[in-house]
Design a protein around this ligand. Structure first.
Ligand code: HEM
Length: 149
């Protein structure tokens, strides 16, 4: 179980960079296209890859949360322990909200293709999701026992 925990934890930790890079790239592209007056074609591969990367992170996160992580616990003292509270409540809630907003943005942009609002919708929803993700990541220095990768 230890090897599995280490593997999933490192995959989850490293994948954060893929998520962040894809989200930033999708947002920059959407803003550029919107400014350039390009019509939203109804789908965008970069936005799709960013969307998929967050869902992959959700799956890895759920595996850690439900089966592997020693930090997640459901005891009455969980709220008084900073690290346990962060992983059991704060990280989960923040990331679920961010992933939901990104998902809504991707689907809504698709539906709004004819109205040509897709690029703006992507830029707005993905940016809000990105900010929440940045705030919910256990960055080194926050005292949560994490690394950069
Ligand atoms: C885009 C979404 C997410 C990002 C970018 C992200 C990022 C991270 C990072 C960087 C760590 C620290 C890993 C380390 O260095 O030790 C971490 C830990 C963790 N994440 Fe996430 N996460 C995301 C979503 C989720 C979700 C949705 C869940 C739960 C369903 C989750 C559950 C966990 C757990 C339980 C840990 C603690 C692992 C441990 O050290 O035992 N994550 N996450």
């Amino acid at each position: 179980m230890d090897i599995l925990y280490t593997a999933v934890k490192h995959a989850h930790s490293g994948l954060r960079w893929v998520v962040l890079i894809l989200l930033v790239a999708a947002i920059v592209k959407a803003i550029g296209k919107r400014r350039g007056g390009t019509v939203y074609p109804g789908k965008d591969r970069l936005a799709l890859f960013a969307f998929i990367s967050t869902h992959l992170q959700l799956v890895l996160g759920l595996v850690l949360y439900l089966f592997l992580s020693p930090y997640v616990r459901f005891t009455s003292d969980v709220m008084s322990d900073k690290v346990a509270r962060f992983y059991t409540v704060e990280h989960l809630v923040g990331m679920l909200i961010a992933i939901a907003i990104i998902t809504i943005g991707y689907i809504r942009a698709k539906r709004q293709a004819e109205l040509n609002k897709g690029w703006k919708t992507l830029a707005v929803f993905y940016s809000i999701g990105l900010v929440i993700i940045l705030l919910s990541i256990p960055w080194p220095g926050r005292g949560l026992g994490t690394a950069w990768f």
